[in-house]
Write a protein that binds this ligand. Structure first.
Ligand SMILES: Cc1cc2nc3c(=O)[nH]c(=O)nc-3n(C[C@H](O)[C@H](O)[C@H](O)COP(=O)(O)OP(=O)(O)OC[C@H]3O[C@@H](n4cnc5c(N)ncnc54)[C@H](O)[C@@H]3O)c2cc1C
Length: 347
């Protein structure tokens, strides 16, 4: 799919989130000379606050915007084992468990079956083994082993280290153009500064999210997905996410949102009630059809890798592969047409 290059093109990547770093590494591995620009201190972008779920199944079932895109999401997930080996991280493949009232579980069951899969019905004791501390209210749940997870912060660090080892250079400032590169990959999340050379960025809209680190004994169970909240493992307790606030792009912590998230989380894990939490916020960039814009922009030499909504980590290796194939003039694969930035018209 990716052809080796005869000469080393100079590529500027704007943005050091999941999409920018994964793409930068893939380009360097294909033989390009890559420079990454990002003005923000590490840990402040959406990629750093994310829960790190690689969840084609429950995203397609629980998020209406992802529902039509299951095969694409699954194809992206299937690129993770190669990235895992390349950067030396461990992908958690323990799976994800849906827990909730009967009508919620019925909806999940029907949704998973519509994808051609069969969720595994888990009785109470098996659920407690998979998810220690789960509330006693829940008599059974539905497990899929198809949804995986990474540690987002550790993966950002591993991507950066692998990039540096492959010759990628990092520059702690904003890119306001090509910065001397022959091509410019715009992976700036919700940043719009490069809109002059990539008018398609105007198609992006923000979705703010709150996510909580709940202090306490380390939770090392599977991802638990309930109504209005999910819980994932975290070395310092558990991670509880996340709000979806379409149209908001400030990073202010809103106490009422935190309280609602904690209430939903406490229904899953009673220990959440009254626990100390550290709240983080991030802004997802979304397109009108829920898929990112990936590929050539309108201006010569500009490539877009933006708009991954709530699945940027899941999609990152697919985005990297398509951008790299655009640069190497290799095969962009079966999903590139659906992600083409030109699909929203020539703005
Ligand atoms: C609360 C929350 C939970 C989430 N959970 C998950 C999850 O479990 N699984 C999943 O797959 N996804 C999840 N997501 C979504 C995921 O985080 C995003 O889709 C993904 O991080 C987008 O990555 P990105 O590289 O496009 O953008 P970002 O991570 O936002 O990075 C963009 C970077 O570009 C930089 N930048 C901006 N302007 C410029 C410029 N002019 N020059 C240079 N750099 C610039 C910014 O400083 C920033 O570092 C979650 C998001 C949130 C908010």
């Amino acid at each position: 799919m990716v052809r080796p290059m005869n000469r080393k093109p100079r590529i500027t990547v704007a943005g050091a989130g999941a999409l920018g770093l994964t793409t930068a590494l893939a380009l360097a591995d294909a033989g390009a000379q890559v420079a990454v620009y990002d003005p923000s201190p590490e840990g402040t972008n959406a990629s750093a606050v994310a829960a790190g779920m690689l969840a084609p199944v429950f995203e397609a079932v629980l998020d209406a915007a992802a529902a039509p895109h299951f095969s694409l999401l699954l194809a992206a997930r299937d690129l993770w084992p190669a990235l895992e080996a390349r950067i030396g991280i461990t992908v958690d493949r323990a799976g994800a468990l849906a827990v909730g009232e009967a009508d919620f579980l019925h909806r999940v069951d029907a949704g998973v079956r519509r994808l051609g899969l069969h969720p595994t019905e888990m009785p109470r004791q098996a659920m407690v083994d998979l998810a220690p501390g789960l509330a006693p209210d829940w008599g059974h749940g539905l497990l899929t082993r198809e949804d995986w997870r990474i540690d987002a912060a550790a993966t950002l660090a591993a991507l950066r280290a692998a990039g540096e080892a492959a010759g990628v250079t990092f520059h702690p400032r904003a890119a306001d153009g090509f910065e001397g590169g022959e091509r410019l990959v715009i992976a700036t999340g919700m940043g719009r500064e490069l809109g002059v050379i990539a008018p398609s960025l105007a198609r992006l809209s923000p979705i703010k999210g709150h996510i909580l680190r709940v202090a306490g004994p380390a939770y090392d169970g599977v991802v638990v997905r309930g109504e209005g909240a999910y819980v994932t493992a975290d070395a310092g307790g558990m991670t509880l996410g996340a709000t979806m606030q379409a149209g908001a792009e400030d990073l202010a912590v809103e106490p009422d949102r935190v309280a609602a998230l904690m209430a939903a989380g406490a229904k899953l894990f009673p220990a959440v009630a009254g626990a100390q939490v550290v709240t983080r916020t991030g802004v997802r960039a979304a397109t009108p059809d829920g898929l990112p814009m990936v590929g050539r922009g309108r201006h010569h030499g500009v490539l877009l890798a933006v708009g991954a909504r709530r699945n940027g980590w899941l999609l990152a290796p697919l985005v990297a592969r398509i951008i790299t194939a655009c640069v190497t003039e290799g095969d962009v694969g079966p999903y590139a047409a659906r992600l083409d930035p030109g699909r929203f018209g020539n703005i």
